[in-house]
Design a protein around this ligand. Structure first.
Ligand SMILES: Nc1ncnc2c1ncn2[C@@H]1O[C@H](COP(=O)(O)OP(=O)(O)OP(=O)(O)O)[C@@H](O)[C@H]1O
Ligand SMILES: O=P(O)(O)OC[C@@]1(O)O[C@H](CO)[C@@H](O)[C@@H]1O
Length: 314
């Protein structure tokens, strides 16, 4: 069973326009509504592959109820922690060439009792989990070390733990020695305080994280695929997308693919990148299912430290 925790879930509205022009009125071509939040997306992709999963999340107001309604047909079991303030709504604007602009609300402010209830729910569910995945931004009211505390609780319960978040919460979660972290380039660069110029810089930061106690580092690199840095070695996987329809949730699909394939080693990296590639070809934050992925089209290489990151959209 893979349990996901999403302290700040969302209703994700995706709006398709021909081209986004600041200050202009846009006539939208299509819109769609998906259940959202990083852990929610990981659970959606796992459920689509019939991997036992469960999503823990705070739920507030009509938006929270709608989120649960949207998850039901995707067969994602949910543990809802009731909160007073409404669950947020995020917007993605996707242009004809696939360029995606994201507008994320801060989310509801949680009371100390609600944060404690969320943490308790995560710890309880960790007892049933092979993996616990704790993801995304923290809404106001949550301490910066919430993901770190969830990592510690899950490890005490005997689960392996993966983290996908950013900024200070990521830094603190890394100090709690999770089994896996999945930063993108921006998140990895934030940890260093400086820019990452090439894959050599990516490897250097990943090795530093491993020296600090993180067992495995899976770095998503947008169109450059992903790099895996683990005890047993380093690998770079790439696969070109035939069409980029929306990059929202590609990182979450990628993490789900990695875990679905065992959460360790180059074979899991291959599946992960197959999931990421499939996700960008799907509208909105639709998650790929097993029929959408093509692991044999993924190219596996040694990491070439000289590969430049300039112009890579993370
Ligand atoms: N333009 C692209 N072309 C091909 N594959 C892509 C592209 N963008 C993303 N991917 C695939 O999706 C994976 C995740 O992408 P990315 O690094 O953008 O994740 P992310 O920033 O964590 O995404 P999100 O936060 O929206 O889930 C990549 O490792 C890659 O496999
Ligand atoms: O604001 P956060 O928590 O960092 O990210 C939230 C979010 O952008 O992440 C998912 C894509 O990864 C979306 O479903 C959701 O809207």
């Amino acid at each position: 069973m893979i349990v996901t925790v999403t302290p700040n879930p969302s209703l994700d509205r995706t709006v398709q326009v021909d081209r986004l022009v600041a200050g202009a009125v846009h006539r939208t071509l299509r819109t769609r509504l998906d259940p959202g939040g990083k852990g929610v997306n990981v659970a959606r992709a796992l459920a689509a592959a019939e991997v036992p999963t469960l999503a823990v999340l705070p739920s507030g107001g009509a938006a929270g109820a709608r989120l649960a309604e949207l998850l039901a047909p995707e067969a994602v079991p949910v543990v809802e922690v009731p909160v007073q303030a409404p669950t947020r709504s995020n917007i993605a604007v996707v242009e004809a060439d696939g360029t995606t602009s994201k507008f994320n609300e801060p989310g509801p402010e949680l009371t100390p009792a609600e944060v404690a209830a969320l943490e308790r729910a995560a710890a309880e569910q960790a007892g049933r989990a092979d993996w616990l995945v704790t993801c995304g931004s923290l809404p106001a009211g949550c301490p910066d070390d919430l993901h770190a505390r969830i990592v510690a609780a899950a490890r005490r319960a005997g689960a392996r733990v993966a983290v996908d978040t950013s900024g200070r919460p990521l830094e603190l979660a890394c100090q709690a020695a999770p089994d896996l972290v999945k930063p993108n380039l921006v998140e990895l660069a934030e940890l260093t305080g400086g820019p990452l110029r090439d894959l050599g810089d990516v490897l250097a930061v990943a090795h530093r994280l491993r020296a600090g106690g993180v067992a495995t580092v899976l770095v998503s690199l947008g169109q450059l695929g992903a790099v895996l840095v683990a005890e047993t070695g380093t690998w770079h996987a790439t696969s070109s997308a035939t069409e980029v329809r929306s990059t929202v949730g590609a990182g979450d699909a990628m993490l789900a693919g990695f875990l679905r394939a065992g959460g360790i080693g180059p074979a899991a990296l291959r599946t992960a990148v197959a999931y990421g590639t499939a996700a960008v070809g799907l509208a909105g934050s639709r998650m790929p299912g097993p029929d959408d992925i093509h692991p044999l089209r993924v190219r596996m290489d040694a990491v070439d430290k000289t590969v430049s990151l300039s112009g890579v959209a993370a």
